[in-house]
Design a protein around this ligand. Structure first.
Ligand SMILES: [Fe+2]
Length: 345
């Protein structure tokens, strides 16, 4: 039996709830069969329990909540860890069973769970446990997808449908693209490609210095802008000595926003194969980041199409680096043939 509160008692009950509840992202309810804790929403301006503990939840539940305009969800602060642990166990399970079942479905599920867990990691970037789980799971996904370039387009389309927060979605998209292009380039062995995938995936972890929801504002405050400008350096500080990524990969992370410096480096190092490769990799990481940023929407601007983003990249690099641009276009060509028939470069 539940007791209905009215008048001043209702206000007291709401106040008490307000103090005990903490917000969650609605996407944290994806891939859950049974609610590990109670979930509250807001109805007529009041907190209201919408999912009881242990009740059945499906991906349709999330869809229905979104359709009803229930975007803001909460759980008890004391139960927050139950949801996090549940999703981490989910991630471990999918990581262990990636090769069983439909490969696209598995890869997309793994990417979605990685994205949910990236949110937990960004909220607590000093946790070794969180970083280890994320790193190992991302590595497994990379291993799984490295010889399956033909599935990338489908994985990309399905993943995009979940509309994760762009801060959390962008690393997965840019790393997937990077992997496909590096594989096509035939210049790297699989272990180098996987390290570069991980380099790309973790390059923005320094952005966790600013809470994810703050990025929804078009203008950050002055102090936040300073933090954002230093995020590449901050990423290196967070990762140093805590993963298997070596100094040359951390260098790419440190330089992933120095595009002008990067083009200078490429020119200066034309006689040194090693340096050309280092510059080439950094450029690709940056370019894939630009594409992924453009195709994922922001609250203050709509998403561009893949075609539009490649048009910009063409302007940026095609004259100076025609071979590199050709590699990029070759990889994305299958996306156009599969996804948008009739549009060819
Ligand atoms: Fe970045």
């Amino acid at each position: 039996m539940s007791i209905e509160f009215h008048g001043p008692y209702l206000a007291l009950e709401q106040n008490a709830l307000g103090l005990k509840l903490t917000p969650i992202s609605i996407r944290e309810l994806l891939f859950i069969s049974e609610a590990p804790c109670e979930v509250f929403g807001i109805k007529d301006g009041l907190y209201k329990k919408i999912i009881a503990k242990s009740s059945a939840v499906s991906n349709n539940t999330v869809k229905e909540l979104l359709q009803k305009g229930q975007h803001y969800l909460f759980v008890f602060r004391t139960e927050r860890h139950l949801l996090i642990e549940h999703q981490q166990e989910n991630l471990r399970q999918v990581t262990r069973s990636l090769s069983v079942g439909d490969p696209v479905e598995k890869a997309v599920k793994q990417m979605n769970l990685l994205t949910i867990n990236l949110g937990y990691l960004y909220a607590n970037s000093t946790s070794d446990e969180l970083l280890d789980l994320q790193f190992q799971s991302a590595k497994n996904l990379a291993n799984f997808l490295i010889d399956k370039s033909e599935l990338h387009e489908q994985v990309f389309q399905e993943y995009l449908k979940q509309k994760h927060h762009f801060i959390l979605a962008q690393p997965a998209l840019s790393s997937l693209f990077l992997m496909g292009i590096l594989k096509n380039a035939n210049l790297y062995n699989n272990s180098e490609i996987i390290n570069l995938f991980l380099t790309s995936y973790f390059k923005d972890i320094g952005m966790s210095a600013i809470p994810t929801e703050k990025y929804d504002q078009e203008e950050l405050s002055e102090s936040e802008k300073v933090l954002l400008a230093k995020h590449a350096q901050h990423s290196v500080e967070i990762l140093q000595g805590r993963t298997t990524l070596g100094p040359s990969y951390l260098k790419i992370i440190e330089n992933h926003h120095s595009f002008s410096l990067l083009t200078q480096n490429l020119e200066l190092n034309l006689n040194s194969d090693d340096n050309i490769l280092a510059g080439f990799e950094t450029m690709l990481v940056t370019v894939m980041d630009v594409i992924s940023a453009m195709i994922s929407g922001r609250p203050y601007r709509t998403a561009s199409s893949l075609y539009e983003s490649l048009d910009l990249i063409k302007l940026l690099i095609a004259d100076q680096y025609p071979q590199e641009f050709k590699l990029i276009v070759t990889y994305f060509r299958s996306f156009f043939f599969n996804g948008r028939k009739g549009e060819i470069f």
